[in-house]
Design a protein around this ligand. Structure first.
Ligand code: ACO
Length: 325
């Protein structure tokens, strides 16, 4: 059976690093508070020439270079993002134009921090019906444009960046073989980004401040740990696997305490969990593809190994995905 395999990975992080010490000068916080509560030490902040689609395009070029696939061979470009370059057209259309991927159709998806994992599941479904398709899947965010830099509860957590993968069909036993994606829209108000001011006064809501991230950190923490644990254990059980069968787990990079709690509940050893959040903070939909690319380049992804993704974000959206690398 044809399965969706990742042929190549790439990532692009903005040049500028914002340290915890610099944040101490912006809001009432401390390096000690941020490091002990979140594990984050640095995050990258986009500057001129580093719009969402530009980071996405650079990450995509790097992933394509690894595979030797020409942009014209791409049939589909999907960008997972909650900080698109524009509301319309999609960031994916900008990437398509930049790459000259004239044979691809292109669109964005919004599943918050779970966007890349949802996107890989989507790519896997396309491969079932069109096994010859070459798909470019990108997670890209410029969240620095969407956080309130006066709100210490949120501005210390997020960063900018992009990660990309090239997906194609394969019949050699490798590829995506299971997923468990979930949502709960009733809990939307635990983590959200409101809308720009409405030009229709009848549709305006006074509480909308203009596309800022708002969060109930404590509740998000509890739901994230419990729901990711559930998503992982039920998926492994369905495939008759245990954490011992997993070669590498790549979780959404939000917070080291969430990851440590999750790791302990799952009983998975520290060396099997890829963590890079101290360098980049939470890059939402970009966090897993950036981590995948680093893991790939550092030789942490071994051909034939079971790779487990797990994720959690606003919506709520969460889930897990299994693939043989
Ligand atoms: N610096 C200093 N103090 C701060 C800061 C800060 N940057 N941010 C909040 N505080 C204060 C609060 O105002 C509060 O003060 P108060 O008690 O006077 O009201 C106090 O710290 C809260 O302290 P704690 O309860 O000890 O904080 P907690 O241990 O809950 O940590 C945190 C807060 C880090 C936000 C935690 O709840 C968390 O990690 N939640 C998950 C958030 C997350 O990862 N969101 C990302 C999006 S979802 C996702 O991607 C999975």
């Amino acid at each position: 059976m044809t399965k969706a395999v990742i042929l190549g990975t790439g990532s692009c992080l903005p040049e500028h690093t914002l340290t915890n010490a610099e944040l101490e000068r912006l809001v009432d916080t401390s390096d000690e508070w941020i490091t002990s509560r979140t594990g984050i030490r640095n995050r990258r902040i986009a500057g001129k020439g580093e719009q969402n689609y530009q980071l996405a395009t650079k990450a995509a070029r790097r992933a394509l270079a690894v595979t030797g696939i020409d942009p014209e061979e791409l049939g589909l470009i999907v960008v997972a993002t909650i900080s698109p370059h524009m509301i319309m057209p999609s960031t994916a259309c900008f990437v398509q134009a930049e790459l000259g991927a004239v044979n691809a159709f292109a669109y964005d998806i919004n599943a918050a921090c779970a966007g890349f994992t949802y996107g890989l599941d989507l790519a896997s479904a396309y491969i079932q019906s069109r096994p010859d398709m070459k798909i470019l899947l990108i997670g890209a965010e410029t969240l620095s444009a969407r956080v309130n830099w006066e709100d210490r509860n949120t501005c210390v957590l997020f960063g900018d960046g992009a990660g990309a993968v090239v997906v194609a069909g394969s019949n050699d036993g490798r590829g995506v073989f299971g997923s468990n994606l979930r949502s709960d829209g009733k809990l939307w108000n635990l983590l959200y980004m409101d809308s720009p001011q409405s030009l229709n006064p009848e549709l305006q809501r006074d509480e909308w401040q203009g596309a800022h991230i708002r969060m109930n950190g404590g509740d998000i923490f509890k739901h994230a740990v419990r729901l990711m644990e559930d998503a992982v254990t039920s998926l492994l059980r369905k495939h008759d696997l245990t954490v011992n069968d997993v070669g590498l787990m790549i979780p959404h990079q939000a917070n080291i305490r969430i990851l440590n709690n999750l790791r302990e509940r799952l009983g998975i050893s520290e060396e099997k969990v890829f963590v890079n959040l101290s360098h980049y903070g939470n890059t939402s939909a970009a966090s897993i593809p950036i981590a995948l690319d680093e893991a790939h380049r550092h030789g942490r992804l071994v051909r034939g190994d079971v790779v487990l993704l797990c994720t959690f974000g606003g919506g709520l959206t969460w889930g897990s995905l299994l693939m043989r690398w």
